[in-house]
Each structure stands twice: as C-alpha cells, then as structure tokens.
Design a binder for this molecule. Sequence first.
Ligand code: SF4
Ligand code: SF4
Length: 269
Amino acid sequence: MSEALANPSAPSVIWLQGSGCTGCTISFLNYVSATAPQSAADILITNINLLYHPNLSAAAGSTVADVIAKAVAAGNFILIVEGGVPTAFGGRACAPWSEGGVEVTFLAAVQRLAAKALKVVCVGNCASFGGVSASGSNPTAVQSVKVATGKTTINVAGCPPHPDWIVWTLVQLLQGKTIAVDTYGRPKTLYSKRIHDICPFREADEAKTFGVAGRCLEELGCRGPSTYANCPTNKWNNGVNWCIGAGAPCIGCTSSTFPGTSALFKTAS
Ligand code: SF4
Ligand code: SF4
C-alpha cells in the first residue's frame, strides 16, 4: 500500500462495499494476465493509488474517515462501488464506518463520494442494477448506485464480473479515456456481443438433461440468447473454461434484470 501511495499524480481509487457477497472483489483478485499488469497485486502496487478497500486495506475506523475526508477534499479519485445500496431504515442496514462516534450509512457514504468522484464505477450487478441484493422481497430496499445517487455510473455488469472486465475499465479511466457505454451503462467494448451469437454450441444437438457435454443448453433454460458478454471467447479462470463450456446454462448474470425469475432457476432447483 505504501508503494502504491508513492505515486501522488495517479488518480486515487476508493472501493466501497455495500449489500453484496464480496464475490466481485474475489473475482478481481483472480485477475491473471501475460502482460502488465499481470495480477491483482501488480495492479494494486504499481497501477493504482488505492486509498481504501474494505477487505484489502488495513485501515479501519477513524483512519478510514480521515482518508475519505481527504479524498473528498482533493476530488481526484475514482469511486468503485461493489454491492447495492440499502435505503430502508434510513440506510442503517449498512454502515461502513463511523465519524465522531456516529455510524455513517452506506447510502450517505455513496451519495457523498459519488458527488465528488471523477467517475463512478459499479462493479457487479448489485451496484449496477440491484442484482441479487435487490431481488425477492428486498426488505432493506436495496437500490442501484445510479438510483440511490442520481449519478451516471459505468456498470461493469456480471455476478460477478470477469476480472478482465474490471481491470479493462479501470485501465481506461486511469489513462483518461472515455468509455462508450450501452443503454444499461455497460462498456460497449465488453458487452456488445450476444452470448448466443458467439457460442460454439449453436449447431450442436439440444441437451435434454444436465451433465451432458458439448450440447446446446437452450431447452434447459440457457439465457445466452438474451445475454451480452464475451464469455465464449474470453473464458474464465485465466482462459480455462466458461459456464456453457462446463455444461452449465448461461444464467444471464450481465443482464440488468438478473437474477429475475425464470424457468432456469426452477429447473435447476
Ligand atoms: S454482483 Fe454478484 S458477486 Fe458481486 S456482490 Fe453482488 S451477488 Fe456478489
Ligand atoms: S448453449 Fe445457450 S448460448 Fe449456446 S447456442 Fe445454446 S442457447 Fe445459445
């Protein structure tokens, strides 16, 4: 962390976590590349000035409040949000830190930081659209960051998003580039291709049951026909495989309506 902070000219990064499962952070930490940056550690030490991350920072309590206050005053930071924003109970279902002995709600923290950030990046569907955290009865009234703050967000969709998608987006912003997005705020470079159109199983026989390799999974509820991402070509786990390649239907995790209700989950349950 001290090495990262040694580069004062780079935009700072603040990563907040609200209502989620930390899976987006885990995905980011799985980043692997043959070219620089080669790992999440490489990114954290060499490429970004990470001021705060709930899991990766040693800072806690008043130290966090001080770091956040300085960042807001400087105004030269990118805000990354993982997880949705609980808005019920005055936001008190989620309080990331305290200031002067008073809990700061995630709602208030995100609103304050989003208003000052150079860019607001939502990592994952919970932050981007509400996702799993806003599904079902949603007793804490979780909202997306855009709804909760009224700010435009760059949505790195997925549950979780591929580490390459997170890093690509960060690299663009750190280089000062403009990211073209679709109507859901997703970077077009990453989310313009429909899974079904680039799936290698388009001409394959339809699978009737789970556990059969090399078949089209449409009859089992595959959401590839309505889902946009580069999973078939990019693959996951350092290019090892992807959901459909492993015999599991696409669950549509980059869609704004994910998880929604569908025959897929009824079939799989
Ligand atoms: S988007 Fe998915 S992986 Fe990320 S925090 Fe939400 S539930 Fe977890
Ligand atoms: S497995 Fe899914 S994405 Fe692939 S061809 Fe069949 S329906 Fe389309």
